[in-house]
Design a protein around this ligand. Sequence first.
Ligand SMILES: C[S@@+](CC[C@H](N)C(=O)[O-])C[C@H]1O[C@@H](n2cnc3c(N)ncnc32)[C@H](O)[C@@H]1O
Length: 238
Amino acid sequence: MNDLSFDPTDLEAMLWASRRPDYLSAWHGHVAFAHWLVDIAHPGCIVELGTEHGVSYASFCHATAARGRFAKCFAIDTWQGDDHTGTYSDAVFDDLNIFNQTYYGFFSMLLRMRFEDAVAGFDNGSIDLLHIDGLHTYDAVRNDFLTWLPKVSDRGVVLFHDTAIREKDFGVWKLWAELSDRYPSFRFDHSAGLGVLLVGRNQPAKLRALCALGDSPMAALVRANFELFSALAQRVSA
Ligand SMILES: C[S@@+](CC[C@H](N)C(=O)[O-])C[C@H]1O[C@@H](n2cnc3c(N)ncnc32)[C@H](O)[C@@H]1O
């Protein structure tokens, strides 16, 4: 089986310009995929753990707003940094806060707190798209996944950034190796790697088709296309 056919609507979403093109982030290469994912899965609630300048978060917000669907979106971060990003100043939060209020304020909230303090505020089974991009040690990312998993809905998708980084004490790759066989999944290797895990059973046909590609030649082509479209989207932004 594979009905992963990209129609003109898909291509339009993949080419939407990045909303935070000028900020330092390893996430730029996944913007086209984020736009496409939100556009086909239309999540009702999106939560991001780890936002910093908002490169990934803005792509989720932009995609939901672009079709007028307006998911409830929450970005959770101390906006102080961690052992991998290093500490940074309040200017990062202040800048993103103005951007968020200007463009997405009526459906998106920045929750400036620790992930573990925010989790009680979400109902079980309420999150359709969870992006885990906090501290990238094995213990931290495993704890984030297990803590937040009950909050993910029956059509929930969990994204893990940095699945391809094996230096220092980065351990997302190790958790990904454990999880990617337990759930339908797809992996991008560019831009530090992005893991896509279909945790909920009710998924759109295109997402199921993507995760059925495994490591086939078609999977490599799909990876290359999303990378290319992200680069094009960055050019469009510039
Ligand atoms: C890699 S950055 C996020 C990058 C961002 N997603 C992007 O698009 O570039 C990780 C962020 O997670 C935050 N963070 C790490 N652990 C945290 C925790 N337990 N609670 C709240 N924030 C945390 C840090 O402050 C940092 O801003």
